[in-house]
Design a protein around this ligand. Structure first.
Ligand code: NAD
Length: 472
């Protein structure tokens, strides 16, 4: 059993002396495979104190030093790819091929893009007699979730390093291994002690950290409800916030879409990581007269996704991450059924998998666009298919969500797809399955939050201005 009982402050691994612990549980077997001991309030104070010292040293670092550290960390992570992917299979049931390609691949790309982003920022400009400088905001409290744990850590820490800030990270207690490996890679790099610090904990430690007077900026990725609580608490200390929150993204299939291309892509965008991605396309908005065809083709494609032990080659669909998550998804499906929705599963879960938290790909039809299952984030392999009469209605349905994180449009006419994309109230839109460009800003509208991550945009999010009048 793995033990996570030291936190990181000022470059040193210090024993945690909090009283609470979290049992890290395998979603494949339901067995406990590790334990996280939480940091105490004093431990958090120490980590913040070290971060303040780290900030004082790092804020005047050169761009060359910043880029070198980012690239060193990327190289160390690359060397540990297989180990990280295995831990994500063990702790959240993410298939290892996906862990290697996306979970680790996106993290490495994120570090490289932050290094590139440093050169894309005008750090100083002259305005008359004024010297306008862009400077790191200070100490950042970074709080991350479990679904893409390494990528989300990098999305917060890479800009911290690039902007000349310092950080105390509180990673998700559900996926501690990726966070610890990341900390080890940072410590093996030439980043000075104190710039990166890490505490373990759940809600209470998160609250202690986000309300700490030594913190200048809170960067949170997680659920909208927790994001709202963090924003309220940050207001008391006048801290800036970056909030990357939930989503209910829509794939809008226009009447001229090529379904041979669209269906496999939409299935992938809704089932990858068992639907536990913030950009999961959990609503498919389809022309009324192609509704039956699309439902049948989705189910046939989803049926080809092999479900099983995520560490086994060829498995595309693992269990959902936690028992809590499993019960919540089941409850939402049952509630939808009780409200009159039709629920179709692509296949039955094999009896041999009954110890794990497995949920088959599930299509929900005959559902009102304003009902719970079509509005709330399920965070599982569950998709609503909603028909529309005309293009205007498709856009209205897509925008009827309180969230605004991502979306997709499918049409053989790219100009038409672009016009529709421009009417979607979301932070990003993918046309015809285009590759997601990680150098572009990532973030939400509406209840999906605000602030941006990735490349130079993530760095700018952590900068503030200093104007010096009459400077040399
Ligand atoms: P969560 O909101 O329950 O927890 C996220 C983190 O916040 C964890 O580290 C948790 O310990 C901590 N936390 C919980 N309550 C807190 C409080 N009151 N104060 C401070 N910290 C607190 O989210 P989760 O279940 O870990 O992750 C799933 C959610 O994350 C989904 O809603 C998903 O959409 C969202 N998400 C968003 C993005 C994005 O970029 N927009 C990316 C990934 C996941």
């Amino acid at each position: 059993m793995k033990a996570f009982d030291t936190f990181f402050a000022g470059g040193v691994a210090v024993p945690c002396d909090g009283e609470s612990t979290y049992p890290v549980t395998s979603p494949v077997t339901g067995e406990i495979i590790g334990q996280v001991r939480y940091s105490s309030a004093d431990n958090v104070d120490l980590a913040v104190e070290k971060a303040r010292a780290g900030y004082r040293a790092w804020k005047s670092s050169s761009v060359v030093e910043r880029k070198r550290c980012l690239r060193e960390i990327a190289a160390s992570l690359q060397a540990r790819t297989a180990e990280i992917a295995q831990s994500l299979a063990d702790e959240i049931g993410c298939p290892t091929f996906l862990g290697e390609a996306m979970q680790v691949g996106m993290a490495i790309k994120g570090l490289e893009l932050a290094a590139d982003g440093i050169d894309q920022i005008d750090w100083e400009e002259r305005v008359g007699n004024g010297l306008v400088q862009k400077v790191g905001i200070g100490v950042v409290a970074a709080l991350t979730p479990w679904n893409f744990p390494l990528h989300q850590i990098v999305a917060k820490i890479a800009p911290v390093i690039a902007a000349g800030c310092a950080v105390v990270l509180k990673p998700s207690e559900v996926t501690p291994t990726a966070a610890r490996i990341f900390a080890e890679c940072v410590h093996a790099s030439s980043l000075p002690d104190g710039v990166f610090n890490l505490v373990w904990g759940g809600r209470e430690v998160g609250e202690k950290l986000t309300s700490h007077p030594g913190v200048d900026h809170v960067s949170f990725t997680g659920s909208t409800l927790v994001g709202m609580a963090i924003m309220t608490s940050a207001a008391q200390g006048m801290k800036r916030v970056t909030l990357e929150l939930g989503g209910k993204s829509a794939a809008v299939i226009l009447d001229d879409a090529d379904l041979d291309q669209a269906i496999p892509n939409v299935v992938r965008m809704s089932l990858a990581n068992s639907g536990q991605t913030c950009v999961s396309q959990s609503r498919i908005i389809v022309p009324q007269d192609r509704f039956t065809e699309i439902v049948e083709r989705y189910l046939a494609e989803a049926k080809s996704w092999r479900m099983g032990d995520p560490a086994v080659a060829g498995v595309k669909l693992g269990p959902v991450a936690t028992k809590r998550q499993y019960l919540r998804i089941r409850e939402m499906i049952d509630h939808a059924k009780a409200s009159g929705a039709e629920v179709k599963e692509a296949f039955e879960v094999d009896a041999a998998l009954s110890a794990g938290f497995y949920i088959p790909p599930t299509l929900v039809t005959n559902v009102d666009a304003h009902s719970e299952i079509a509005q709330q984030e399920v965070f599982g392999p569950v998709v609503c298919v909603i028909p529309y009469k005309d293009e205007a209605e498709a856009i209205t349905i897509a925008n009827s969500s309180a969230y605004g994180l991502s979306g997709a449009v499918w049409s053989q006419d790219t100009a038409r797809a672009t016009r529709v994309a421009e009417q979607l109230e979301t932070g990003q839109v993918i046309i015809n399955g285009a590759a997601q460009n990680l150098a572009t800003p990532f973030g939400g509208w509406k209840e999906s939050g605000f602030g941006r991550e990735n490349g130079k945009y993530g760095i700018e999010d952590l900068l503030t201005f200093r104007s010096i009048h009459g400077a040399a």
